[in-house]
Ligand binder design. Structure first.
Ligand code: ADE
Ligand code: ZN
Length: 330
């Protein structure tokens, strides 16, 4: 049994974080935008981060070359080809609308480009998808309310809302009213919590935002009562090992807590977060993590089963995927 060829779902991937430098230069050139780097190599040399903010500064700069619907399409399509190579059969992707609308790009340009690519991916590559719109937590809650009518207008394309960007200093409680509204309107709720921020932020994501899933969640391990609550509620964690390494959430991959999470019955999943920036897509995450911490076949299979069980697919669709995993894993 190999993780590499088993069908799997990805639940934590920022589509803007799959922007490979080569494609970035390509799109910059066709849009007549000068990147502040001479070459792909010079840009890649900047991918050496000490923390989340170091990364976000570069990530938002990359977003700035995306102008037209076709740019958003091309970005998503490039990810889908990588996903296919890694045997991803279902993906639930994030996008950051405010990082585009704040530059004067219309919401419709962004969502229509992404959506068209994912519909083509479904038809041509057999990869199903869900789209989650994230609010940038370094901005005021009101900025989220300002963009919210656009998200609601595209509810046929967007299954849920999330919370990302700079975590520390921007606790979930700051966004409680916005997420209450989204919940009332029938959106699924997720939030980055406990990546750099403390366990308290995870409590808030659960109690105040009423999340359906926790993105990252590493810091729950600091609080036994929190771990028990997450397990009891059956909330999944979308864990991102190479991201954790590159953003110094863990010092070395061999110290990644994935085995401890599974041993505590936490429903952990493996995801690539921002693969173009962190050195690998989902199979790279499995490969390097397996090598570093020695995941057993049982643990690998559990992580893959979790990826479907924690998805926003219907029970019937989940069961179909689990049967395929079980058939191929034996
Ligand atoms: N935006 C893109 N990647 C992110 C991450 N890992 N944490 C928070 N915000 C993000
Ligand atoms: Zn993320």
């Amino acid at each position: 049994m190999s993780y590499a060829t088993l069908p799997k779902a990805e639940l934590h991937m920022h589509i803007e974080g799959s922007f490979e430098p080569e494609l970035m230069f390509n799109i910059a050139e066709r849009n007549g935008i000068a990147l502040p780097y001479d070459s792909v190599e010079a840009l890649k040399a900047k991918y050496d981060f000490n923390n989340l903010q170091d990364f976000l500064d570069i990530y938002y700069q990359g977003c700035a070359v995306l102008l037209n619907e076709q740019d958003f399409y091309d970005l998503a399509w490039a990810y889908l080809l990588k996903a296919k190579e890694d045997h991803i059969v279902h993906t639930e992707i994030f996008f950051d609308p405010q990082s585009h609308t704040d530059r004067g790009i219309t919401f419709d340009t962004v969502i229509n480009g992404f959506y068209r690519a994912f519909k083509d991916g479904e038809a041509q590559l057999g990869i199903t998808f869900r789209i989650i719109a994230c609010f940038l937590r370094h901005l005021p809650e009101q900025a989220g309310f300002d963009i919210y009518p656009d998200i609601l207008r595209h509810k046929d394309k967007i299954i849920g809302v999330g919370l990302d960007s700079s975590e520390v200093g921007h606790p979930p409680e700051k966004y409680q009213r916005l997420f209450q509204q989204a919940k009332k309107d029938g959106f699924k709720i997720v939030a980055h919590a406990g990546e750099e921020g403390p366990a308290e932020y995870i409590w808030q994501a659960i109690d105040l935002l009423e999340v359906d899933r926790i993105d990252h969640g590493n810091r729950c391990l600091d609080d036994e009562k929190l771990v028990q609550t997450i397990v009891d509620k059956g909330l999944a964690l979308t864990v991102c090992p190479l991201s954790n390494l590159k953003l110094c959430v863990v010092d070395e991959l061999k110290n990644h807590p994935i085995k401890a999470m599974l041993a505590k019955d936490l429903k952990a999943t493996i995801n690539s977060d921002d693969p173009a920036y962190f050195g690998g897509y989902i199979n790279d995450n499995f490969r390097q993590l397996k090598q570093a911490v020695g995941l057993s076949d049982t643990e690998v299979k559990q992580l893959i089963i979790n990826s479907f069980e924690a998805s926003f697919l219907s029970k019937q669709e989940i069961d179909k995927h689990l049967k395929n995993v079980n058939d191929q894993a034996d």
